[in-house]
Design a protein around this ligand. Structure first.
Ligand SMILES: [Zn+2]
Length: 135
């Protein structure tokens, strides 16, 4: 199944392909200051694929903070945070708040990653985040 997401003005978009039904997704409420400020609820599927479908890539703002191991993707016009990708661009998560269709999602699980080393963080994301497809 394909799940489309986009920012509010439609400049940025993604398609998550996953065999898992949304009700079974493990929804993560990261407790870092960035994710709390956006009320972000993240999901990834290591067996799925994530493709970006930006209609206007010039509106893409990449934001890094803390260990700078990932790019958080925001729209320069409407400000919506849609997804994040690892520094190497190979793995990503989506912000379920940016899904086009409202879905019945499971209860979000609060996540705290403070104190995680850079190596541990990269390893966790390579294992748990969704492979990014460029085609
Ligand atoms: Zn936008």
């Amino acid at each position: 199944m394909e799940y489309q997401g986009r920012c509010h003005c439609g400049a940025l978009g993604f398609v998550l392909t996953s065999d898992a039904p949304p009700a079974d997704w493990q929804i993560r409420a990261c407790q870092c200051a960035f994710c709390r400020a956006h009320a972000a609820l993240s999901v990834s599927d290591p067996k799925g694929t994530l493709q970006f479908t930006h209609r206007d890539p010039t509106r893409l703002q990449r934001y890094q903070f803390a260990l700078r191991t990932a790019d958080f993707l925001l729209c320069r016009d409407c400000g919506v945070y849609i997804a994040a990708v690892t520094r190497d661009g190979k793995h990503g998560i989506i912000n379920t708040r940016a899904l086009v269709e409202r879905r019945d999602l499971g209860e979000p699980k609060p996540m705290v990653y403070d104190g995680e080393s850079e190596d541990a963080r990269l390893a966790r994301r390579a294992q748990r985040w969704t492979p990014v497809s460029s085609s």
